[in-house]
Write a protein that binds this ligand. Structure first.
Ligand SMILES: [Zn+2]
Length: 169
């Protein structure tokens, strides 16, 4: 791959650990991602099958055993492609509340949190038996508290079968 900045050939490395801040979340680490680096400082990161990756992250969040934080709420909402206004209508809330949740200015209640998870699963067409399992087994374990969860480390093989690493050197 040529550097978009200086047109030199870039060096291809496979990142052992890539902090995926572009997700909008603080604690997602990707493993095995293709990174192209140029001596000029330019770096291009190539993440395949973003949709599959985001679904994987979303499904992890709906199983979180404590309340969703603002960034997680925003991630789930964006992943199902609904505006804050639309989500507010679907949840019987006002826009301002959704915005306060997402900006960590107000904590979501457990009831609203679980409602949001169900809307997410519905929009994602999660099979009914999996939703049933969530309701029966996972939701009762959710604590009404914010908790730091450990970094979510995801090897590329978990969401993408694309092993087409094209080494350019
Ligand atoms: Zn360059």
């Amino acid at each position: 791959m040529k550097c978009p900045n200086c047109q030199k050939e870039m060096k291809h490395v496979i990142a052992e650990s890539y902090h995926y801040l572009e997700s909008g979340l603080d604690n997602v680490i990707l493993r095995g991602i293709d990174v192209f680096q140029c001596p000029c400082g330019e770096e291009v990161v190539s993440i395949p099958s973003i949709d599959e990756l985001h679904t994987l992250i979303g499904l992890r969040l709906v199983k979180k055993d404590s309340l969703l934080n603002g960034k997680e709420i925003r991630f789930l909402r964006k992943n199902i492609g609904v505006s804050a206004q639309k989500l507010a209508k679907q949840m019987g809330m006002d826009n301002a509340t959704i915005s306060r949740w997402e900006n960590d200015k107000q904590r979501i209640t457990k009831s609203h949190d679980l409602h949001l998870r169900l809307i997410y699963c519905n929009m994602k067409r999660i099979p009914p038996e999996e939703i049933n399992h969530l309701i029966q087994e996972e939701f009762p374990k959710v604590q009404e508290a914010y908790k730091e969860i450990p970094p979510y480390v995801i090897p590329q093989t978990e969401w993408s079968k694309d092993k087409g690493h094209t080494c350019t050197s």
